[in-house]
Structures are given as structure tokens and as C-alpha cells.
Design a protein around this ligand. Structure first.
Ligand code: SAM
Length: 222
């Protein structure tokens, strides 16, 4: 809801017709709260789909939102963004809008680039197609080597945290590598940044320093 494109996306979904419904995919949907927000605000359920690598989230989301009857299993795909053969990969080229929230930061930069290339394959090859979302990041982009409890003891996991410039560069580079033309916009959530600064000052934030930022982005196919 905080994304600057939320109202525009909602309006596009609301104007889509039964005969030509727009297809919206929330990738890494987890409990599916962003899908339910769109539905609550009037987006047709026929347009809304979620995908996650962990199948258990579908039932947990249904329990939480009590909407198994209205929002049935056909709207949830168990899928791995890195797979070339699963049900999600089978939906390549069919999505008008792909949304990702707090998704890319769980991967290294190399894996993020692979995930973005696969998202560009999933989206419809049409000039209105869009990939957009929200991401935690840092003003100083770079790798972070995770330590327990952020990873399993003995596990070596490195993630990459973007700033808005590196996020833009990544999408442009990946689009070029898959032969697609895109227009990329990135920006920071300024309201969140000032709230964080207050919380850091008061000592209310445990994990995040004042260099952390929430990044909004949009990739339009042109
Ligand atoms: C940090 S959570 C974000 C969830 C939700 N979008 C939100 O904003 O609250 C990341 C989600 O991505 C899913 N995920 C992780 N790796 C994935 C993959 N390779 N393919 C699809 N989903 C994946 C996780 O299971 C988890 O639900």
C-alpha cells in the first residue's frame, strides 16, 4: 500500500474485465497479505495470484484471513523463482504485473540477477507489463555475511543489500542480458527513513541502523 504505484495498479486491476482479466502475481507471497489488501480495496479476485517456494504458507494464509472459500487454491502456486521446469516456470510470458516485496534481499547479487532474469521471462512481453515492489536496502550497497541467528550455525550465506542506484543498475543489466528493453525507476521511502531515524535515536531499533532504507522500484517493459 505504501508503494507510489499502488493506486495506479489497483485502478488497472479494477478496470480489467472478466473476459480479459489482468494477471497479477505476488511472488514470494508468504501469507499473501498484499493480495488480500488488493482484494479488500476492490481488485477482482480473478486477477490475483500468489507464488511461494514454501507450500505451507497457502494454508497458513487461509487460516489467517479465513477466505479459503472465496480465494481458492487455484490462486496459489508453489514455485521456485530459480526453477526452469516447475509450475511457476510454466507460466512464463503470462503475467501483466509481478509484485515482489522483501524478496530479493535473501539472495546474493548473482542469485538476485538470476531471479530478475526469470521474472523478466515470467512477465508478458507487452509494453504495459510491469514488475514492481519494495525492498530493504542500505545507502551503502554491499554484501553482508550472515551470522546465526540470521542463518543456520555452520551455514555460509552472503546476501547483497542494494541502494537505489545499484538496484536500478541490476535491473538494466539483467534486462539487457535477456534482450529486453525496460524503463527502471527506483526511490526511497522517505517517510520510513525519517521514522527509522527517530527510532534509532530512541534506541527502539534492534537490527536496523540509520543507513537502512526501504527501496521502492518499478520496471516497465518498453
Ligand atoms: C522475507 S519473505 C517476504 C514475504 C512477503 N512478500 C512480505 O513482504 O511479507 C520472502 C518470501 O519469499 C519466499 N521465497 C524464498 N525463496 C524463494 C524462491 N526461490 N522462490 C519463490 N519464493 C521464495 C519465502 O518463502 C518467503 O515467503
Amino acid at each position: 500500500m505504501r508503494h507510489p504505484d499502488y493506486e495506479e495498479v489497483l485502478a488497472r486491476l479494477k478496470s480489467s474485465t472478466e473476459s480479459t482479466p489482468l494477471k497479477f502475481l505476488d511472488l514470494g507471497t508468504c501469507l499473501g497479505q498484499d493480495l488480500r489488501t488488493l482484494a479488500y480495496d476492490g481488485a477482482p479476485l480473478s486477477s490475483l495470484y500468489g507464488a511461494d517456494v514454501l507450500p505451507e504458507f497457502e494454508a497458513a494464509g487461509h487460516q489467517l484471513f479465513r477466505d479459503q472459500e472465496r480465494f481458492d487454491s487455484s490462486h496459489f502456486i508453489t514455485g521456485d523463482v530459480f526453477s526452469e521446469t516447475d509450475q511457476l516456470a510454466g507460466s512464463s510470458g503470462s503475467w501483466d504485473i509481478i509484485h515482489i516485496a522483501m524478496f530479493l534481499h535473501v539472495f546474493s547479487l548473482e542469485r538476485q540477477e538470476k531471479a530478475c532474469a526469470n521474472m523478466l521471462r515470467l512477465v508478458k512481453k507487452s509494453s504495459l507489463s510491469t514488475i514492481f515492489g519494495t525492498q530493504t536496502g542500505r545507502l551503502d550497497a554491499g554484501e553482508l555475511v550472515l551470522k546465526p541467528p540470521m542463518c543456520e550455525p555452520g551455514e555460509h550465506k552472503t546476501i547483497f543489500r542494494h541502494n537505489k542506484e545499484t538496484m536500478q543498475e541490476m535491473w538494466e543489466k539483467v534486462a539487457q542480458s535477456v534482450g529486453m528493453k525496460v524503463q527502471v525507476w527506483t526511490g526511497y521511502d522517505e517517510k520510513d527513513a525519517s521514522k527509522r531515524a527517530d527510532e534509532v535515536e530512541k534506541g527502539d531499533r534492534f537490527f536496523n541502523g540509520d543507513r537502512e532504507r526501504r527501496i521502492f522500484f518499478r520496471v516497465r517493459i518498453i
